[in-house]
Design a protein around this ligand. Structure first.
Ligand code: ADP
Length: 386
């Protein structure tokens, strides 16, 4: 497998560039805009939206295998291509239960994995009963196409819930079937794990990390998470169960909640590389991006272990509308000892947009979470205007 097609041309595809060179693999990307990050590292680009299956047919003709950096695809139309022999890794049956957050919750629950209590919003009459069961605050989620907290709302009372459900509907008819309602988890921390599964069914898992979200967007990741060996074992077992059950070939990100009494619940599955695994580019023996290419090319997986005691990753989020390349701040960030700055070369900055990230490798004596947090604060004080 030498020619790998990637559906999606954002930073997750861009970060596969170096691994592709190392493995002697050529990447062909399907993405709508010439400004998308991965266009610069692709051998060739099919310019089209990620859900344009006609474009994927053109992509397929150029590639040995197709993988995903974006899961907002149209599975019905892609499955026609799969039936004609196009090789998708992961296969479409591995994606099918995951693309709708309600279906995903059902799939995880049916597998016996721990998830928050949840309901699909179907009948207006059900809401009262569902709220009685879940209690406020409650979490309302768009079933499809949510990312970076867009489409996730934490809601305190019935009036606000009704208002949210009605907003955007000009005829005031509540289109509840687009939403999922779930229990608010007063988590102590959020965790994540990246796992990869090969064509032969071999699985490797990355160190469990702690993630820190602000306004539902990932700001920082600390690797490894400071949790107990039992909790690590529980999380690794969740990853094995899930990837085996779906017969995944490729990399998945699994987001989790850790409650105050030490219980682990699954929040969300990303059927691709994930922001919580970016630290692996600089801190692990094999990055999640190389692992993804290894898996989809049918190569053996290699060690996901940290090659340093610990690391902290901080996202560089846009805070204004601008065309600046922020050269000065990037220079200052690069001067932090053991820092690796990754800049996605996006043509435009917008508030909340992921423009880059910085990973700092920590020495043994710096291993404590407090030190990781103080480095993250230094990075953020350089990046964000006072
Ligand atoms: P997205 O797909 O947009 O990333 P998520 O479902 O992962 O949305 O939610 C984003 C963030 O919102 C989570 O990382 C968490 O901080 C918060 N969140 C989501 N679901 C819950 C929940 N049930 N209880 C508490 N917080 C939640």
């Amino acid at each position: 497998m030498k020619l790998v097609g990637i559906i999606g041309g954002g930073q997750l595809a861009w970060m596969m560039g170096d691994a592709a060179k190392k493995l002697g693999v050529e990447l062909i990307v399907q993405t709508p805009s010439k400004d998308d990050p991965a266009v610069s590292i692709a051998q060739e680009t099919v310019f089209a939206a990620v859900d344009d299956a006609d474009a994927t047919k053109i992509l397929a003709a150029k590639c040995d295998v197709i993988t995903f950096e974006n899961e907002f695809v149209n599975l019905n139309t892609l499955s026609v291509l799969e039936a004609q022999g196009v090789c998708f890794r992961p296969g479409l049956t591995a994606l099918a239960p995951l693309l709708d957050k309600y279906h995903q919750r059902c799939y995880l629950r049916d597998l016996g994995l721990p998830v928050p209590n949840f309901f699909a919003l179907e009948q207006q009459e059900d809401i009262k009963y569902q709220i009685e069961y879940l209690g406020f605050p409650v979490v309302l989620k768009s079933r499809r196409h949510g990312y970076d907290g867009q489409g996730t709302f934490i809601i305190d009372d019935l009036a606000k819930l009704q208002q949210k459900l009605n907003s955007g509907n000009t005829n005031s008819s509540v289109n509840q079937s687009l939403f999922l309602l779930e229990e608010f988890i007063p988590f102590e921390r959020e965790l994540a794990i990246i796992a990869a599964r090969s064509v032969n069914g071999e699985i490797v898992t990355y160190p469990v990390v702690e993630t820190l979200q602000e306004q539902q967007v990932c700001r920082r990741v600390i690797a490894p998470a400071n949790i107990t060996p039992d909790q690590i074992a529980v999380i690794e077992a969740i990853a094995h169960t899930l990837l085996n059950s779906l017969q995944v070939v490729g990399v998945f990100g699994i987001e989790l909640f850790l409650t105050a009494d030490g219980k682990v619940l699954v929040n969300e599955i990303a059927p691709r590389t994930h922001n919580s695994g970016h630290f692996s580019l600089d801190a692990c023996e094999t990055s999640q991006f190389e692992q993804q290419l290894r898996a989809v090319c049918g190569l053996p997986l290699t060690s996901p272990a940290l090659h340093c005691p610990a690391a902290v990753m901080v996202n560089l989020l846009g805070y204004e509308n601008s065309h600046s390349d922020y050269q000065h701040q990037r220079q200052q960030l690069a001067e932090i000892p053991h820092a690796h700055v990754h800049w996605y070369e996006k043509a435009e900055s917008r508030p909340g947009r992921k423009l880059g990230h910085v990973t700092v490798l920590l020495e043994q004596q710096n291993r404590k979470t407090e030190n990781a947090i103080s480095i993250a604060q230094t990075i953020e004080s350089i990046w964000y205007p006072a």
